[in-house]
Design a binder for this molecule. Structure first.
Ligand code: NIG
Ligand code: FE
Length: 382
């Protein structure tokens, strides 16, 4: 088995708090990769021998980003809807139906090529683990094939049949929930790890969302939820009641929601790309962190409300406008995303972790927020 030694790491972010109590940052560090895993980390002066070695010239190395929330199975373009919003129109989740029509019309090969292109785009920006949701098929056939496509690329696949009620069920939302919890779930479950619902006014209420998550859990899927994105609502409380590992968006929260998150241990995944692209107020990460809530950050990459694939962009916004420090934001984009997916093998660079890392063309991870919009990811190993 060959080992590979990386030296000259000016700043190594391990996310192992035993080093420094927070991000586990080591200066002048080295790291050994063996069989795809981190075999050794420490000061360069103490580095062991290895079969091959490479000097990184003082650059920073971080764990690969873990994007725990992305809607990559889609076709079509909604740039005109974005332009209209920037001209003053408000965002409505109803636009999802435009993407549903385009997605249904696409072939499996077209959908797979589209996912592959977006994953390559993400990787170039330092992302090494991605969750992929269905939710633009909304029929038994189209949800199942969307998840079959997603499962070619990641084990973190999420069944989101409960995204919105499709036009053909507009007069029978209860019938649609029966479809989602019955035949659609049956067809989707073999390709899915997670089950999700969009708990929001205009999408699904708390009882409908609970029914969808419970049905998915009975099929062995792990539950997660979109909640409190467009306005206040019962979703965050429902997530805490069900003990979900993570609840996503969390933009409109009252004190009881924050207390419930703090008390339940449910992670709040914040998706600032959605607020950016809908010109809405950002979620208050500082309030959550100060209350003791664990915060993750993800892109929500989708063609309607957040068409960014960039974790560095989300990190920079979270630092600039959501009250996070650069260290908190980087943790939320790496270890936080991993925790939101229940993963212990990614999101950190401790011994035994997968050797998923990004080399920055910068001396410190702080540059990710300090130099917004600059393509600092020089190289990705995964
Ligand atoms: O996460 N919240 C619901 N779903 C997406 C929006 C999808 C769309 O507009 O196409 C989201 O923001
Ligand atoms: Fe989403």
């Amino acid at each position: 088995m060959t080992s590979h030694l990386l030296t000259g790491i000016g700043e190594l972010v391990t996310n192992d708090p035993s080093y420094d109590g927070s991000l586990g940052v080591l200066g002048n560090a080295a790291l050994v990769i063996e069989a795809g895993e981190v075999a050794w980390v420490g000061p360069q002066a103490e580095a062991p021998d290895a079969d091959t070695r490479e000097d990184l010239g003082g650059r920073a190395v971080i764990p690969g980003f873990v994007d725990s929330h992305a809607h990559l199975v889609f076709a079509g373009d909604r740039s005109a809807e974005f332009a209209a919003r920037m001209a003053g129109e408000s965002y409505s989740a109803g636009g999802i139906r435009t993407t549903v029509a385009a997605t249904r019309a696409a072939t499996d090969e077209q959908l797979a090529a589209h996912v592959a292109r977006h994953l390559a785009e993400m990787r170039r920006q330092g992302t090494t683990t991605v969750e992929i949701k269905s939710g633009y098929g909304l029929s038994v056939r189209d949800e199942a094939r969307g998840l079959a496509v997603a499962s070619q690329f990641t084990t973190e696949t999420t069944f989101l049949g409960a995204h919105v009620v499709p036009p053909e069920y507009a007069d029978d939302p209860a019938g649609y929930v029966d479809l989602v919890t019955g035949p659609m779930l049956e067809a989707a479950a073999p390709y899915a790890t997670w089950v999700d619902a969009f708990c929001e006014r205009g999408a699904f209420d708390a009882d409908q969302s609970r029914a969808v998550l419970r049905a998915g859990m009975a099929k062995g899927l792990k539950p997660r939820l979109h909640a409190n994105q467009l306005g206040p609502g019962p979703g965050v409380q429902l997530a805490c009641e069900l003990g979900l590992v993570a609840v996503d968006h969390c933009t409109h929260l009252d004190d009881a929601d924050v207390a419930a998150l703090a008390g339940s241990g449910t992670i709040a995944t914040l998706l600032p790309g959605a607020e950016f692209s809908t010109r809405s107020p950002y979620p208050d990460a500082r309030r959550l962190l100060d209350a003791g809530v664990t915060v993750a950050l993800a892109t929500d990459c989708n063609p309607g409300s957040s068409y960014t694939s960039s974790m560095p962009f989300c990190l920079a916004v979270a630092v600039r406008d959501m009250g996070m420090t650069p260290a908190e934001a980087l943790w939320a984009c790496t270890a936080g995303g991993a925790a939101a997916l229940g993963r212990e093998d990614v999101g950190h660079l401790g011994v035994g972790a997968r050797a998923h890392l990004a080399v920055l063309d910068a001396p410190s991870y702080v540059h990710l927020a300090y130099r917004p919009g600059v393509p600092l990811v020089l190289d990705v190993r995964a």
